[in-house]
Write a protein that binds this ligand. Structure first.
Ligand code: FAD
Length: 304
């Protein structure tokens, strides 16, 4: 039986495991794929104190740091059940199960994709999902933002300060973003907003994005826009489908308190899977530390 079982091996889970092991707690990490979203990232320039790194390199560093401690890493395993019994049981898709006194949920999230031709081919070559991360790569260039919700319009405002021009493409007949954000976007000289636009294809020259095609859903006309970058902002989906007893927001994010604890005492959560305001590596790691210290506090208050 573990004292702390971390589900997920991204930045949040790695940080949580190190903090738990440093308290002398019997710690395990069960993860589908160690490294999480970072494995899919090319350049990382906002992991403070490391001026520039690459996803696979950061994953290797994370793993090396975790392995410096007595942490049991179980890779290639997906959790599909959380059962509260005498402590907790995590059920795995393989049919096996793991017991622990506390559970730290760190299963992260995934960006919702457009699922159109060219998207996968040009991912990281102009197709981007994170304006905070990749915005500066498009300095002085033309970009599109797909999605007119809050995150799309926030991204457009953010990018408009860096890039030459932003075209926002919204599928619906109107934007869903807050009015104040829409007003701000409209007041900026270099943002165009196109509604009723169904993005149909990412166009590139083999090495990078050169444009996109979309159809006007009202007229049926096809259009081509030349640009260097496409920021997809149609939602971040937390990996919580397998949880049925943990309290979630209406977007499916795990609700945590300021110690990272969920509605179930002894079950903590950290990183992108939670209702944290922003989703970044440095934030995920910080919340991993918080949740782990929260679990430690919880354990020392249990009857011997
Ligand atoms: P994740 O990294 O999502 O890790 C989740 C972990 O849980 C993985 O190990 C996964 O395999 C595992 N898992 C999921 N479900 C299960 C399950 N049921 N059972 C077992 N294991 C499971 N942030 C920055 O700060 N800077 C950047 O430059 C940057 N660039 C990015 C570029 C891209 C393309 C993407 C996608 C994200 C980027 N981000 C960046 C965001 C950053 O990667 C995330 O905020 C961060 O990885 C979140 O960490 P996490 O540990 O919470 O979750």
């Amino acid at each position: 039986e573990f004292d702390v079982l971390v589900v997920g091996g991204g930045p949040a889970g790695s940080s949580a495991a190190i903090y738990a092991a440093r308290k002398g707690l019997k710690t395990g990490i069960v993860a589908d794929k160690f490294g999480g979203q970072v494995s899919e990232t090319i350049g990382i320039e906002n992991f403070i104190s490391v001026k520039a790194t690459e996803g696979p390199k950061l994953v290797a560093n994370l793993e090396e740091h975790v392995k410096d401690y007595d942490v049991d890493i179980m890779q290639g395993q997906r959790a599909n059940k959380l059962i509260t019994d005498n402590g907790f049981t995590i059920g795995l898709e393989s049919g096996a199960s793991l017991k622990s006194k506390t559970v730290l949920l760190a299963t992260g999230a995934r960006w919702r994709e457009m699922n159109i031709p060219g998207e996968q081919e040009y991912r990281g070559k102009g197709v981007a999902y994170c304006p905070h991360c990749d915005g500066p790569l498009f300095k002085g260039k033309r970009v599109a933002v797909i999605g007119g919700g809050n995150s799309g319009i926030e991204a457009a405002i953010d990018l408009a300060g860096i890039v030459e021009h932003v075209t926002v493409l919204e599928f619906d007949s109107k934007l869903r973003a807050d009015q104040v954000l829409q007003n701000k976007a409209n007041s900026m000289g270099n943002i165009d907003i196109i509604t009723q636009a169904q993005t149909t294809e990412v166009i590139g020259n083999g090495t990078k994005v050169t444009g996109l095609n979309y159809t006007n859903r009202e007229t049926g006309e096809n259009h081509h826009v030349e640009l260097a970058g496409i920021f997809v902002q149609i939602g971040l989906v937390p990996n919580t489908e397998w949880l049925d007893s943990v309290e979630l927001t209406n977007r499916g994010e795990v609700i945590v308190d300021n110690q990272g604890q969920t509605n179930i005492p002894g079950v903590f959560a950290c990183g992108d899977v939670t209702n944290s305001a922003y989703k970044q590596i440095i934030i995920a790691m910080g919340s991993g530390a918080t949740a782990s210290l929260g679990a430690f506090d919880h354990l020392i208050r249990q009857a011997a």
